[in-house]
Design a protein around this ligand. Structure first.
Ligand code: AMP
Ligand code: ZN
Length: 494
């Protein structure tokens, strides 16, 4: 029997602003859509936090035996600056700066995104559609919206009439905004003057001569509005109403609000049963962001090459750090917090490695069944990973006490304890045992690296920088980072 039948999952639905029991549309199956990255630069740790939050959701639902279709798109067209509405297309801008084809920019950063997600041991989604691969579907929705009276054309561009929509629907219900309050004081941008109301958003934009990413349409050679791609791709692969839609908190408005409006106006039904929003990763108390430069890149974290960091951290420690906070809480990134997580993670791993040394007896001094259900209850409660981790630490503490002969456990309970610890740490949290291969292998490897560090120091002392750089670069190639500090050189594995 599937595990989910015995678990009562409660999800916090951003639309109703409360926890609700989770009932998928089709029993045993879950459709989930998560907004993917806009691929014009390397993803930063903030972006990674959102994607890892949903990797946890994906993994837990799969662990419970649900058949999950997880769709996460790649935004490779249409997402303009200023909330996707006006200004430059960042992909085209990057292409001009780097003297690349826009599609080369898209490819480069899509590959970087995939490599980064793989380093974090995040599972690939079931379908990863692109905006440029779904132009026909997007045009079809624009046509439908015009027919329904919610879309209007002006000078080759098509806009969504928010005021008309608000007459018979509630625009702003996800973000808790009232249309009347949305009167902006910002200056009218050129394109906005084409709109009936400043709050209207673009469904299709006529391309300016320099805008080379363009497609033919009934209205002009142009490109789709940013919000449209997610409506097109979620509907295509998950249906007109599906179970879960996720994304970062900052996408609630306007992106997700506009998705709801487009879907309700064209299909006459609410597109999503549960809206889930992941909170922000901050740096120095401010949101990590691509545009302000207030961010840390995964590569900097893995190499330790950023002034904020005193050392390098593995992807699994970074992930553990993030899961020690609930996905709906703001989390501030810092070297000290990461170091604390690293210690905690190592304690968990040490406990797991001790399992083999434990001898069993008649009775158990910890009620394993209750402890195990507490682990599930934590995850059932809107994926409360910090509470789950607290229970895993309790398990680790018990293992350590067993090792010292201070507690007892029966053979069946030991098996259950071990299986549950492994299932939650590796399958659900998706962490990796970086000490795997045993302490002996790790010792040999670190001995060999220390020797290379010594040779590199000698080369540097002899001003043979070609050799010293080769040692560092070649080690980097195979995933071993050297970091030079005040107290000598340290290394980390990724
Ligand atoms: P983008 O590529 O800008 O569309 O962002 C990709 C995803 O990362 C979106 O779901 C954003 O909400 C999310 N995101 C952006 N900045 C942060 C941050 N500082 N912390 C967490 N998630 C973020
Ligand atoms: Zn989206």
């Amino acid at each position: 029997m599937s595990l989910y039948k015995n678990q009562n999952i409660q999800l916090y639905n951003s639309l109703t602003k409360q926890k609700e029991p989770f009932t998928p549309i089709h029993e045993g199956a879950v459709g989930m859509y998560v907004c993917g990255p806009t691929v014009y630069s390397n993803v930063h740790m903030g972006n990674c936090r959102t994607f890892l939050s949903f990797d946890l959701v994906f993994r837990y639902l799969k662990h419970l035996g649900y058949k999950v279709r997880y769709v996460r798109n790649i935004t490779d067209a249409g997402h303009l600056e200023n909330d996707g509405e006006s200004g430059d297309d960042p992909i085209l801008k990057k292409a001009r700066i780097e003297q690349l084809e826009p599609m080369e920019v898209v490819q480069k950063y899509t590959v970087d995104f995939h490599e980064t997600m793989a380093k974090f041991n995040a599972l690939p989604p079931s379908i990863e559609p692109t905006a440029t691969g779904h132009i026909i579907e997007q045009i079809a929705i624009v046509e439908k919206l015009i027919k329904e009276g919610y879309g209007y054309e002006k000078n080759g561009s098509v806009y969504f009439d928010v005021v008309k929509f608000n007459e018979d629907h509630a625009y702003g219900k996800l973000s808790g905004r009232q249309l009347e309050d949305m009167i902006t004081n910002t200056r009218e941008l050129a394109a906005q003057s084409e709109k009936k109301n400043p709050q209207d958003f673009a469904l299709w934009k006529k391309a300016e001569p320099q805008h080379i990413m363009r497609w033919p349409s009934p209205w002009s050679e142009g490109f789709p509005g940013w919000h449209l791609e997610c409506t097109a791709m979620s509907t295509k692969y998950l249906g007109e109403t599906f179970d879960i839609h996720g994304g970062g908190m900052d996408l609630k408005f306007p992106h997700h609000e506009c998705e709801i409006a487009q879907a309700e106006a064209s299909n006459h039904k609410s597109p999503v049963n549960y809206w889930l929003h992941a909170n922000m990763l901050t740096l120095n108390g401010k949101k990590m962001s691509k545009s302000t430069g207030n961010n840390i890149l995964p590569g900097e974290l893995f190499s330790g090459e950023n002034d904020i960091l005193k050392k390098a951290f593995t992807p699994t420690v970074a992930k553990f750090f993030m899961y020690q906070a609930h996905y709906r809480s703001i989390l501030d990134f810092s070297n000290d917090a990461l170091e604390a997580s690293e210690k905690g993670f190592n304690r968990l791993m040490d406990a797991l490695h001790s399992l083999a040394e434990i001898s069993t007896s008649e009775n158990s001094s910890l009620d394993i069944a209750t402890w195990k259900q507490a682990c599930y209850d934590a995850m059932n409660d809107d994926f409360n990973s910090p509470i789950l981790i607290a229970h895993l630490f309790e398990g680790a503490k018990y293992i350590n006490a067993l090792k010292e002969g201070k507690e007892t456990i029966s053979a069946t309970d030991l098996q259950e304890l071990s299986t549950t610890m492994h299932a939650f740490i590796f399958d659900v949290l998706g962490l990796e045992d970086t000490q795997a291969g045993g302490d002996e292998a790790a010792e040999k490897l670190s001995g060999a690296i220390e020797l290379l560090i010594e040779l590199r120091n000698k080369a540097r002392a002899n001003k043979d920088f070609a050799t010293s750089d080769t040692i560092r670069d070649e080690l980097q190639e195979v995933g071993i980072q050297l970091k030079d500090g005040k107290d000598g050189t340290t290394f980390s594995l990724s």
